[in-house]
Design a protein around this ligand. Structure first.
Ligand code: ZN
Length: 417
């Protein structure tokens, strides 16, 4: 087990960096991000952490306090401490707000987040139809944000940015969706459309990247420089954290674990190619097999979720056909995880997503099979964490995307002046 986060950082959110790992940002932004990660920190400790002189911190902090980003109050008294208690810097939560949305085929989720990283409000939106055009998607996003603001009693004008995640091949730099199961067309300028609909600059990203950000900021990844998140939802996703930051690849299309090939001329994947990992273990792959194994012809119109739950119940009840479907999926999962481990040698692999409640994907047999397929050395065995975030992990990660960008903007000297 990993150490309890509460013992590492009693408050705060964001990556916990070792002394030598500098934040790749201007100093004012480094100050804000370090205070956010610590929750509350004395000036002298902040100077040590950022490897700058206390005088440098003292020269910059009044500007940040004057602009309402930082506040200073009495720090908790340490045991055995004498003399005047030190003051501690903390972020002012109300300095800014951002929204984070996860758009999905059947259920969108959203959070309103304050400047300190606290969740102010949450909302969800159920949809029966998995695909919609870009106009519908933008309208749904707008209505979801309106619900959040109404719930929190916060005016639209206080929201600085939005971050939005969705499944598919997403270029977060250009804001373009090259392909997503949510949209009938490819090459869609979704970020621009959402920026107009939401009235704030909006950044989009692949949803697995957002869950990785959530792990970096709030979860098991906080204290890890390099780790992998594998997500199992309708499809199979992956995120890679390197040096306490997200790695996306040269063109932002990296980490498509679900579309790595595990079988030559294998099963047809929804990406149009054959033999992808996703074509063997994702929802639609299991539903395809379940329909035959369970004679579900009369219930074909049912959502995948209901069919999968029925399949899982049957497997638990001893139905051999159902069990063999999950066993096979588990073996493919082991193959995928072994490939990840052999490629990246990460300190931690976090398995996450709504399908983690189907324990066949991380059963002891799966991890044991994976262990036989990794390069055999005398290193310690792979370290796994299972994280069933529930649905808010995704949208909190989306909000982190927006909050990081809002922080960078607010810390520009010309903005602060
Ligand atoms: Zn594929």
């Amino acid at each position: 087990m990993l150490p309890d986060l509460a013992t590492i950082a009693p408050q705060g959110c964001g990556p916990i960096r070792s002394g030598a790992a500098a934040i790749p940002a201007p100093l004012r932004q480094q100050i804000v991000e370090s205070v956010r990660a610590a929750g509350a920190i004395a000036r002298v400790d902040l100077a040590k952490q950022l490897d700058v002189s206390p005088a440098t911190i003292t020269s910059l902090v009044p500007e940040l306090i004057g602009n309402g980003l930082l506040a200073e109050d009495l720090a908790p008294v340490r045991q055995g401490q004498r003399g005047r208690p030190p003051t501690a810097l903390r972020l002012v939560p109300q300095a800014a707000y951002v929204v984070g949305l996860k758009l999905a085929e059947f259920r969108h989720t959203a959070v309103l987040m304050d400047f300190a990283g606290g969740t102010v409000a949450e909302a969800a939106w159920d949809r029966a139809n998995p695909q919609r055009d870009i106009g519908q998607l933008a309208t749904e996003a707008r209505q979801l944000v309106d619900r959040l603001l109404t719930q929190a009693g916060i005016p639209c004008s206080l929201v600085l940015r939005a971050g939005v995640g969705l499944p598919g091949f997403i270029d977060h730099r250009t804001g373009t969706v090259h392909w997503s199961p949510l949209l009938p067309d490819g090459e869609v300028a979704l970020a621009a459309r959402l920026s107009t609909a939401l009235g704030v600059p909006t950044t989009i990203d692949n949803d697995a990247n957002l869950l990785t950000l959530a792990e970096l900021w709030f979860g098991h990844g906080r204290a890890h420089s390099d780790f992998v998140v594998v997500t199992i939802e309708q499809g199979i996703g992956m995120g890679l954290a390197l040096g306490h930051g997200l790695y996306r690849g040269e063109n932002a299309f990296g980490m498509e674990l679900g579309h790595t090939k595990v079988q030559l001329d294998g099963a047809l994947c929804r990406c149009g190619q054959r033999g992808c990992l996703e074509a063997y273990i994702s929802d639609y792959a299991l539903v395809r097999e379940a329909s035959t194994a369970l004679d579900l012809s009369v219930r074909e119109a049912q959502p995948a979720q209901i069919i999968l739950d029925a399949l899982h119940d049957q497997a638990k009840a001893g139905n051999e056909a159902a069990r063999s479907i999950f066993r096979r999926a588990g073996r493919y999962m082991a193959l995928g995880l072994a490939n990840v481990y052999n490629l990246f040698d990460p300190s931690l692999i976090i398995l996450s997503g709504g399908r983690m409640r189907y324990d066949y994907l991380y059963a002891d047999e799966v991890l044991a099979e994976m262990a036989t397929q990794i390069i055999q050395t005398n290193r310690p065995p792979p370290r796994f964490e299972i994280n069933a975030w529930g649905e808010t992990g995704w949208s909190r990660g989306a909000a982190v995307l927006a909050l990081t960008e809002a922080t960078a903007t607010l810390c520009i000297p010309e903005v602060l002046a």
